[in-house]
Design a protein around this ligand. Structure first.
Ligand SMILES: *Cc1c(COP(=O)(O)O)cnc(C)c1O
Length: 367
Protein backbone atom coordinates (compact mmCIF):
# COMPACT_ATOMS: atom_id res chain seq x y z
CA UNK A 1 0.00 0.00 0.00
CA UNK A 2 1.44 3.41 -0.93
CA UNK A 3 1.21 6.51 1.21
CA UNK A 4 1.59 10.23 0.54
CA UNK A 5 5.12 11.48 -0.14
CA UNK A 6 6.92 13.01 2.84
CA UNK A 7 6.80 16.42 1.22
CA UNK A 8 3.05 16.17 0.72
CA UNK A 9 2.63 15.06 4.33
CA UNK A 10 4.00 18.44 5.41
CA UNK A 11 1.71 20.31 3.01
CA UNK A 12 -1.75 18.68 3.22
CA UNK A 13 -4.36 19.43 5.86
CA UNK A 14 -3.41 17.66 9.12
CA UNK A 15 -6.47 15.39 8.90
CA UNK A 16 -5.17 13.94 5.62
CA UNK A 17 -1.61 13.09 6.68
CA UNK A 18 -2.34 9.36 7.13
CA UNK A 19 -4.16 9.07 3.83
CA UNK A 20 -3.34 6.49 1.23
CA UNK A 21 -4.14 7.17 -2.42
CA UNK A 22 -7.08 4.98 -3.40
CA UNK A 23 -5.96 1.76 -5.04
CA UNK A 24 -8.84 -0.25 -6.48
CA UNK A 25 -6.46 -3.18 -7.18
CA UNK A 26 -7.86 -3.40 -10.66
CA UNK A 27 -6.76 -6.36 -12.71
CA UNK A 28 -8.44 -7.39 -15.86
CA UNK A 29 -9.93 -10.90 -15.61
CA UNK A 30 -12.23 -13.03 -17.71
CA UNK A 31 -14.91 -13.09 -15.03
CA UNK A 32 -15.16 -10.12 -12.68
CA UNK A 33 -17.32 -10.67 -9.60
CA UNK A 34 -15.38 -8.26 -7.38
CA UNK A 35 -17.41 -5.04 -7.36
CA UNK A 36 -21.06 -6.16 -7.02
CA UNK A 37 -21.77 -5.02 -10.55
CA UNK A 38 -24.61 -6.46 -12.59
CA UNK A 39 -22.98 -8.69 -15.21
CA UNK A 40 -26.17 -9.34 -17.19
CA UNK A 41 -26.55 -7.73 -20.59
CA UNK A 42 -28.67 -4.63 -20.90
CA UNK A 43 -32.16 -5.71 -22.05
CA UNK A 44 -32.62 -5.20 -25.81
CA UNK A 45 -35.49 -2.69 -25.70
CA UNK A 46 -33.68 -0.58 -23.12
CA UNK A 47 -30.51 -0.60 -25.20
CA UNK A 48 -32.39 0.87 -28.15
CA UNK A 49 -34.01 3.53 -25.97
CA UNK A 50 -30.60 4.44 -24.53
CA UNK A 51 -29.01 4.85 -27.98
CA UNK A 52 -31.91 6.99 -29.11
CA UNK A 53 -31.69 9.18 -25.97
CA UNK A 54 -27.92 9.60 -26.30
CA UNK A 55 -28.19 10.72 -29.91
CA UNK A 56 -30.33 13.67 -28.82
CA UNK A 57 -28.02 15.06 -26.13
CA UNK A 58 -26.60 18.50 -26.89
CA UNK A 59 -23.00 18.10 -25.85
CA UNK A 60 -22.12 21.77 -26.29
CA UNK A 61 -24.57 22.77 -23.54
CA UNK A 62 -24.08 22.50 -19.79
CA UNK A 63 -26.36 19.91 -18.26
CA UNK A 64 -29.42 20.89 -16.25
CA UNK A 65 -27.79 21.35 -12.79
CA UNK A 66 -30.50 19.65 -10.73
CA UNK A 67 -31.35 17.17 -13.52
CA UNK A 68 -35.00 18.18 -13.31
CA UNK A 69 -36.15 15.95 -16.15
CA UNK A 70 -34.55 12.91 -14.54
CA UNK A 71 -35.80 13.97 -11.11
CA UNK A 72 -39.33 14.06 -12.45
CA UNK A 73 -38.94 10.61 -14.00
CA UNK A 74 -37.64 9.25 -10.70
CA UNK A 75 -40.39 11.00 -8.72
CA UNK A 76 -43.11 9.48 -10.91
CA UNK A 77 -41.57 6.05 -10.55
CA UNK A 78 -41.12 6.32 -6.78
CA UNK A 79 -44.49 8.07 -6.37
CA UNK A 80 -43.24 11.13 -4.59
CA UNK A 81 -42.77 14.82 -5.37
CA UNK A 82 -39.67 15.89 -7.41
CA UNK A 83 -38.83 18.20 -4.52
CA UNK A 84 -38.08 15.06 -2.49
CA UNK A 85 -35.38 13.81 -4.90
CA UNK A 86 -31.74 14.79 -5.35
CA UNK A 87 -29.61 13.09 -8.00
CA UNK A 88 -25.85 12.58 -7.61
CA UNK A 89 -22.75 11.44 -9.48
CA UNK A 90 -23.24 7.94 -8.10
CA UNK A 91 -24.53 7.20 -4.63
CA UNK A 92 -20.96 7.91 -3.54
CA UNK A 93 -21.28 11.63 -4.25
CA UNK A 94 -24.47 11.79 -2.20
CA UNK A 95 -22.76 9.98 0.69
CA UNK A 96 -19.91 12.47 0.50
CA UNK A 97 -22.32 15.39 0.42
CA UNK A 98 -24.20 13.93 3.40
CA UNK A 99 -20.99 14.03 5.46
CA UNK A 100 -20.03 17.43 4.04
CA UNK A 101 -23.39 19.01 4.88
CA UNK A 102 -24.25 17.39 8.21
CA UNK A 103 -20.83 16.29 9.53
CA UNK A 104 -17.63 18.21 10.23
CA UNK A 105 -15.50 19.14 13.21
CA UNK A 106 -17.11 18.28 16.54
CA UNK A 107 -19.88 16.22 14.97
CA UNK A 108 -20.52 12.48 15.15
CA UNK A 109 -21.52 9.79 12.67
CA UNK A 110 -22.91 6.51 13.98
CA UNK A 111 -21.60 3.63 11.86
CA UNK A 112 -22.20 -0.12 12.27
CA UNK A 113 -19.19 -2.00 10.86
CA UNK A 114 -18.27 -4.14 9.10
CA UNK A 115 -19.99 -2.07 6.42
CA UNK A 116 -19.24 0.07 3.35
CA UNK A 117 -15.74 1.57 3.77
CA UNK A 118 -16.64 4.87 2.08
CA UNK A 119 -18.52 6.03 5.19
CA UNK A 120 -15.36 6.15 7.26
CA UNK A 121 -13.31 7.55 4.39
CA UNK A 122 -15.70 10.47 3.82
CA UNK A 123 -15.92 11.05 7.57
CA UNK A 124 -12.14 11.41 7.78
CA UNK A 125 -12.01 13.79 4.84
CA UNK A 126 -14.69 15.98 6.42
CA UNK A 127 -13.24 15.75 9.94
CA UNK A 128 -16.34 14.00 11.25
CA UNK A 129 -15.93 11.76 14.29
CA UNK A 130 -17.03 8.16 13.68
CA UNK A 131 -18.72 6.26 16.50
CA UNK A 132 -18.54 2.58 15.60
CA UNK A 133 -21.07 0.16 17.08
CA UNK A 134 -19.74 -3.19 15.93
CA UNK A 135 -21.98 -5.94 14.61
CA UNK A 136 -21.91 -9.39 16.18
CA UNK A 137 -18.97 -10.94 14.33
CA UNK A 138 -20.59 -14.38 14.01
CA UNK A 139 -24.04 -13.40 12.76
CA UNK A 140 -23.27 -9.80 11.62
CA UNK A 141 -26.46 -8.65 13.35
CA UNK A 142 -26.47 -5.07 14.61
CA UNK A 143 -26.38 -4.61 18.39
CA UNK A 144 -29.63 -2.65 18.33
CA UNK A 145 -29.54 -1.54 21.96
CA UNK A 146 -26.02 -0.16 21.68
CA UNK A 147 -26.82 1.47 18.35
CA UNK A 148 -29.94 3.18 19.76
CA UNK A 149 -27.89 4.51 22.65
CA UNK A 150 -25.27 5.91 20.31
CA UNK A 151 -27.92 7.30 17.93
CA UNK A 152 -29.38 9.45 20.71
CA UNK A 153 -26.17 11.46 20.64
CA UNK A 154 -25.32 11.40 16.89
CA UNK A 155 -25.54 14.13 14.25
CA UNK A 156 -25.65 11.54 11.48
CA UNK A 157 -26.46 7.84 11.29
CA UNK A 158 -25.92 5.51 8.32
CA UNK A 159 -27.66 2.14 8.28
CA UNK A 160 -27.05 -0.05 5.25
CA UNK A 161 -29.82 -2.36 4.14
CA UNK A 162 -28.95 -4.79 2.62
CA UNK A 163 -25.53 -4.28 4.16
CA UNK A 164 -22.34 -4.41 2.11
CA UNK A 165 -20.47 -6.77 2.54
CA UNK A 166 -22.57 -8.89 4.94
CA UNK A 167 -25.81 -9.03 2.93
CA UNK A 168 -28.26 -8.70 5.84
CA UNK A 169 -31.09 -6.18 6.21
CA UNK A 170 -32.11 -4.00 9.15
CA UNK A 171 -35.67 -4.15 10.44
CA UNK A 172 -37.98 -1.26 9.70
CA UNK A 173 -38.99 -1.11 13.36
CA UNK A 174 -35.35 -0.55 14.27
CA UNK A 175 -34.97 2.20 11.66
CA UNK A 176 -38.07 3.93 13.05
CA UNK A 177 -36.69 3.77 16.58
CA UNK A 178 -33.36 5.20 15.43
CA UNK A 179 -35.16 8.08 13.68
CA UNK A 180 -37.11 8.76 16.86
CA UNK A 181 -34.15 8.86 19.24
CA UNK A 182 -31.65 10.54 16.89
CA UNK A 183 -31.54 14.35 17.11
CA UNK A 184 -29.72 14.41 13.74
CA UNK A 185 -30.27 12.90 10.28
CA UNK A 186 -30.58 9.17 9.56
CA UNK A 187 -29.64 7.76 6.17
CA UNK A 188 -30.62 4.25 5.12
CA UNK A 189 -28.34 3.18 2.28
CA UNK A 190 -30.51 0.95 0.08
CA UNK A 191 -28.05 0.56 -2.81
CA UNK A 192 -29.09 -3.10 -3.10
CA UNK A 193 -32.74 -2.87 -2.18
CA UNK A 194 -34.01 -4.19 -5.55
CA UNK A 195 -32.52 -7.58 -4.65
CA UNK A 196 -34.29 -7.77 -1.33
CA UNK A 197 -37.96 -8.21 -0.49
CA UNK A 198 -40.02 -5.13 -1.29
CA UNK A 199 -41.66 -5.03 2.13
CA UNK A 200 -38.23 -4.59 3.75
CA UNK A 201 -37.47 -1.21 2.13
CA UNK A 202 -37.57 1.87 4.34
CA UNK A 203 -38.90 4.15 1.59
CA UNK A 204 -42.40 4.19 3.00
CA UNK A 205 -41.10 5.32 6.41
CA UNK A 206 -40.14 8.64 4.81
CA UNK A 207 -43.60 10.07 5.44
CA UNK A 208 -43.33 9.19 9.13
CA UNK A 209 -39.88 10.58 9.93
CA UNK A 210 -38.73 13.94 8.61
CA UNK A 211 -35.10 13.22 9.57
CA UNK A 212 -34.88 10.13 7.32
CA UNK A 213 -33.09 9.85 3.95
CA UNK A 214 -33.03 6.76 1.74
CA UNK A 215 -30.16 6.36 -0.72
CA UNK A 216 -30.49 4.49 -4.03
CA UNK A 217 -28.31 3.88 -7.05
CA UNK A 218 -28.62 2.76 -10.66
CA UNK A 219 -25.20 1.06 -10.39
CA UNK A 220 -26.35 -2.31 -9.09
CA UNK A 221 -29.80 -3.60 -10.12
CA UNK A 222 -29.83 -1.48 -13.29
CA UNK A 223 -26.29 -2.36 -14.29
CA UNK A 224 -25.25 1.28 -14.80
CA UNK A 225 -22.15 1.55 -12.60
CA UNK A 226 -20.34 3.19 -15.53
CA UNK A 227 -22.64 6.21 -15.83
CA UNK A 228 -22.42 7.20 -12.12
CA UNK A 229 -25.98 7.92 -11.07
CA UNK A 230 -27.54 7.67 -7.63
CA UNK A 231 -30.37 9.50 -5.88
CA UNK A 232 -31.77 10.17 -2.45
CA UNK A 233 -35.36 10.50 -1.33
CA UNK A 234 -35.99 12.83 1.64
CA UNK A 235 -38.05 15.82 2.78
CA UNK A 236 -37.74 18.93 0.58
CA UNK A 237 -35.91 20.67 3.44
CA UNK A 238 -33.18 18.04 3.42
CA UNK A 239 -33.02 18.09 -0.40
CA UNK A 240 -32.40 21.87 -0.21
CA UNK A 241 -29.34 21.20 1.93
CA UNK A 242 -27.95 18.73 -0.61
CA UNK A 243 -28.72 21.18 -3.40
CA UNK A 244 -26.69 23.84 -1.66
CA UNK A 245 -23.48 21.82 -1.20
CA UNK A 246 -23.36 19.80 -4.41
CA UNK A 247 -21.06 20.43 -7.38
CA UNK A 248 -23.40 22.24 -9.72
CA UNK A 249 -22.83 20.08 -12.82
CA UNK A 250 -21.94 16.81 -11.13
CA UNK A 251 -24.47 14.76 -13.08
CA UNK A 252 -23.49 15.10 -16.73
CA UNK A 253 -25.88 15.31 -19.67
CA UNK A 254 -25.11 11.81 -20.99
CA UNK A 255 -25.81 10.31 -17.58
CA UNK A 256 -29.09 12.21 -17.23
CA UNK A 257 -30.24 10.98 -20.63
CA UNK A 258 -29.27 7.34 -20.09
CA UNK A 259 -30.71 7.20 -16.58
CA UNK A 260 -34.07 8.58 -17.69
CA UNK A 261 -34.25 6.14 -20.61
CA UNK A 262 -33.42 3.16 -18.40
CA UNK A 263 -35.96 4.12 -15.74
CA UNK A 264 -38.62 4.52 -18.42
CA UNK A 265 -37.85 0.92 -19.45
CA UNK A 266 -37.50 -0.43 -15.92
CA UNK A 267 -40.02 -3.23 -16.44
CA UNK A 268 -37.39 -4.98 -18.56
CA UNK A 269 -35.20 -5.32 -15.47
CA UNK A 270 -37.60 -7.38 -13.43
CA UNK A 271 -36.42 -10.54 -15.15
CA UNK A 272 -32.77 -9.58 -14.58
CA UNK A 273 -33.32 -9.09 -10.85
CA UNK A 274 -35.34 -12.30 -10.59
CA UNK A 275 -32.53 -14.18 -12.29
CA UNK A 276 -29.89 -12.71 -9.96
CA UNK A 277 -31.99 -13.67 -6.93
CA UNK A 278 -32.46 -17.18 -8.30
CA UNK A 279 -28.73 -17.50 -8.98
CA UNK A 280 -27.95 -16.17 -5.50
CA UNK A 281 -29.98 -19.01 -4.04
CA UNK A 282 -28.24 -21.50 -6.31
CA UNK A 283 -24.78 -20.26 -5.27
CA UNK A 284 -25.78 -20.33 -1.61
CA UNK A 285 -26.97 -23.94 -1.95
CA UNK A 286 -23.81 -24.91 -3.83
CA UNK A 287 -21.59 -23.49 -1.07
CA UNK A 288 -23.69 -25.16 1.61
CA UNK A 289 -23.41 -28.48 -0.25
CA UNK A 290 -19.61 -28.09 -0.34
CA UNK A 291 -19.64 -27.57 3.41
CA UNK A 292 -21.85 -30.65 3.89
CA UNK A 293 -19.35 -32.60 1.79
CA UNK A 294 -16.61 -31.64 4.24
CA UNK A 295 -15.04 -28.72 2.35
CA UNK A 296 -14.01 -25.80 4.61
CA UNK A 297 -16.44 -23.03 3.59
CA UNK A 298 -18.89 -20.93 5.56
CA UNK A 299 -21.49 -18.73 3.85
CA UNK A 300 -23.95 -16.13 5.17
CA UNK A 301 -27.43 -15.70 3.72
CA UNK A 302 -27.85 -12.52 1.65
CA UNK A 303 -30.67 -10.23 0.55
CA UNK A 304 -28.33 -8.69 -2.00
CA UNK A 305 -26.52 -9.51 -5.25
CA UNK A 306 -23.45 -10.92 -3.52
CA UNK A 307 -22.51 -13.53 -0.94
CA UNK A 308 -19.96 -13.34 1.84
CA UNK A 309 -18.01 -16.56 2.41
CA UNK A 310 -15.26 -17.57 4.81
CA UNK A 311 -12.55 -20.01 3.72
CA UNK A 312 -9.14 -20.93 5.17
CA UNK A 313 -6.37 -18.70 3.81
CA UNK A 314 -8.78 -16.50 1.84
CA UNK A 315 -6.03 -14.36 0.35
CA UNK A 316 -4.50 -17.45 -1.26
CA UNK A 317 -7.92 -18.62 -2.51
CA UNK A 318 -8.48 -15.15 -3.99
CA UNK A 319 -5.11 -15.33 -5.75
CA UNK A 320 -5.71 -18.84 -7.11
CA UNK A 321 -9.14 -17.85 -8.42
CA UNK A 322 -7.55 -14.92 -10.22
CA UNK A 323 -4.37 -16.55 -11.52
CA UNK A 324 -5.56 -20.07 -12.35
CA UNK A 325 -9.18 -19.39 -13.34
CA UNK A 326 -9.16 -15.67 -14.25
CA UNK A 327 -12.03 -15.04 -11.83
CA UNK A 328 -11.87 -11.93 -9.66
CA UNK A 329 -13.68 -11.72 -6.31
CA UNK A 330 -13.10 -9.28 -3.44
CA UNK A 331 -10.74 -10.22 -0.62
CA UNK A 332 -11.86 -8.76 2.73
CA UNK A 333 -9.27 -10.68 4.81
CA UNK A 334 -7.56 -7.54 6.02
CA UNK A 335 -10.78 -5.74 7.00
CA UNK A 336 -11.47 -5.72 10.74
CA UNK A 337 -14.04 -8.37 11.66
CA UNK A 338 -13.86 -10.12 8.28
CA UNK A 339 -10.85 -12.40 8.66
CA UNK A 340 -10.67 -14.89 5.77
CA UNK A 341 -13.78 -13.50 4.12
CA UNK A 342 -14.36 -13.13 0.39
CA UNK A 343 -17.24 -11.22 -1.16
CA UNK A 344 -18.54 -12.73 -4.37
CA UNK A 345 -20.99 -10.95 -6.65
CA UNK A 346 -23.70 -13.11 -8.20
CA UNK A 347 -22.98 -13.28 -11.92
CA UNK A 348 -24.77 -14.86 -14.83
CA UNK A 349 -25.60 -18.56 -14.78
CA UNK A 350 -22.47 -19.56 -16.71
CA UNK A 351 -20.19 -17.30 -14.65
CA UNK A 352 -21.60 -18.81 -11.46
CA UNK A 353 -21.12 -22.35 -12.82
CA UNK A 354 -17.45 -21.62 -13.43
CA UNK A 355 -17.05 -20.02 -10.04
CA UNK A 356 -18.58 -23.02 -8.25
CA UNK A 357 -16.28 -25.47 -10.03
CA UNK A 358 -13.21 -23.30 -9.39
CA UNK A 359 -13.94 -22.93 -5.67
CA UNK A 360 -14.56 -26.65 -5.36
CA UNK A 361 -11.24 -27.41 -7.03
CA UNK A 362 -9.33 -24.90 -4.93
CA UNK A 363 -10.84 -25.99 -1.60
CA UNK A 364 -10.18 -29.66 -2.38
CA UNK A 365 -6.50 -29.03 -3.16
CA UNK A 366 -5.59 -26.12 -0.88
CA UNK A 367 -3.26 -27.74 1.61
C1 LIG B 1 -22.37 0.42 -4.57
C2 LIG B 1 -22.79 1.09 -3.31
C3 LIG B 1 -23.23 2.43 -3.26
C4 LIG B 1 -23.28 3.40 -4.39
O1 LIG B 1 -22.55 3.13 -5.48
P1 LIG B 1 -22.51 4.18 -6.69
O2 LIG B 1 -21.95 3.37 -7.79
O3 LIG B 1 -21.62 5.30 -6.25
O4 LIG B 1 -23.90 4.65 -6.93
C5 LIG B 1 -23.66 2.94 -2.05
N1 LIG B 1 -23.67 2.18 -0.96
C6 LIG B 1 -23.25 0.92 -0.95
C7 LIG B 1 -23.31 0.14 0.30
C8 LIG B 1 -22.78 0.34 -2.12
O5 LIG B 1 -22.33 -0.93 -2.09
Amino acid sequence: MTSLSSQMKTLVAPSLVDFEPYDPKFTSTRINLSANENTHEMPAGTKMAVCEALSKVQLNRYPDPMANGLRKTIAEWRQCDSACICVGNGGDELLFNFLLAFGGQGRKLLNCPPSFSEYELFSKITNTEVVNVWRNLETFCIDEEAALNAASDANLVILTSPNNPTGDVVSREFVSSVCEVCPGIVMVDEAYDEFSRKELSCDDLLGKHDNLITLHTLSKAFGLAGIRCGYIIASPDIIDVFASVRQIYSVNALTQAVAAAVIANRDEYQGVCEDIKFERQRLLSAFNCMRDDGLPIEVWPSESNFLLVRVPDATFVHKRLRDEFSILVRDFSSTAGLKNCLRIAVGTQSENDELIEAIKTILSTNN
